[in-house]
Design a protein around this ligand. Structure first.
Ligand SMILES: NC(=O)c1ccc[n+]([C@@H]2O[C@H](COP(=O)([O-])OP(=O)(O)OC[C@H]3O[C@@H](n4cnc5c(N)ncnc54)[C@H](OP(=O)(O)O)[C@@H]3O)[C@@H](O)[C@H]2O)c1
Length: 256
């Protein structure tokens, strides 16, 4: 059976295997995170927005590890897209163990030249999109009788003052606050935490050419490796007594 926009196998309902709903798995870091979660025995249902080819590559890699993984196109800045993605998810999977909210938009915006369109693009994707994704996930999770988890992806810049990234940094700061609100409101059934990476190298095993001066601001003197973030996701997936926290994975960047 083919549902429009949904890439699926013949398996309609998966019981007994943990399931992760992930946004932004077609991203650079997002893909590494998705592959790691699949490697821990999860089925992955993920969304992509504009990068269909990258999403197909991600799905192909995921299915080597977790054959029942699925993907669907979804613009998280539109609530109707999120509702549709969760509707399709619920038709395929009968449980939700983990929401990994990673979809994000990022670009520079000079403070005094930010347009309404730029503001909406960044804040609607990052903050509004994460909020309504969390809301939809929590509606499913609260009906279940087991511990589930939400991990949001933010950025150390949420705590720094970068004037030319105001809509982006404000959206990430907003997600960190949402993380605490949802953690308190959904306890003790759902653990809600956030990971805030510093600058992460795009290519595992290869040090990118860092922006001049950046390494001087990182006490551990290297960019983050995607595996630093993946390891933190794994840690939060195994933890049972941490909620409402933001874990900065930044080589000490915030110490400056
Ligand atoms: N990589 C880093 O150095 C770094 C540093 C700090 C924080 N982070 C955070 O870590 C997370 C993962 O980073 P990444 O490297 O994977 O980011 P990325 O490569 O920029 O990927 C962004 C992802 O978000 C999706 N996305 C963008 N706009 C969307 C929309 N309107 N609706 C739905 N999906 C949308 C993209 O999908 P399409 O491509 O299909 O549109 C893509 O999958 C992000 O939250 C990011 O802010 C990353």
């Amino acid at each position: 059976m083919e549902i429009e926009g949904l890439f699926q196998t013949d398996i309609m309902s998966i019981s007994g295997k943990k399931v992760c709903f992930m946004t932004g798995a077609s991203g650079k870091l997002g893909r590494e995170i998705a592959l790691s979660i699949a490697g821990q025995g999860y089925s992955i249902f993920f969304t992509w927005n504009s990068s269909e080819e990258k999403a197909k590559e991600t799905l192909e890699q995921l299915r080597w590890i977790s054959p029942d993984s699925q993907m669907v196109q979804c613009d998280v800045s539109k609530v109707q897209d999120i509702d549709r993605a969760f509707r399709l998810f619920s038709e395929q999977f009968d449980r939700l163990d983990l929401l990994l909210a990673s979809a994000s938009n990022f670009f520079r915006t000079d403070l005094l030249a930010v347009t309404e369109q730029e503001w909406n693009s960044l804040v609607d994707t990052n903050l509004k999109g994460t909020f309504f994704t969390m809301q939809a996930a929590v509606r499913i999770m609260t009906r279940q009788h087991f511990l589930s988890r939400i991990i949001t992806m933010t950025d150390v810049s949420a705590e720094l003052v970068w004037p030319n990234f105001a809509p982006y940094t404000v959206s990430k700061a907003g997600i960190q606050h949402l993380t605490r609100i949802f953690a308190r409101e959904t306890a003790p059934h759902i653990l809600v935490n956030s990971i805030a990476p510093g600058t992460v190298s795009s290519y595992p095993g290869r040090e990118d050419e860092p922006e001049a001066g950046l390494l001087k601001k990182i006490p551990l003197q290297r960019l983050g490796d995607p595996m630093d973030i993946v390891g933190t996701v794994k840690f939060l997936m195994e933890s049972e007594y941490i909620t409402g926290q933001v874990i900065n994975v930044d080589g000490g960047r915030l110490l400056f």
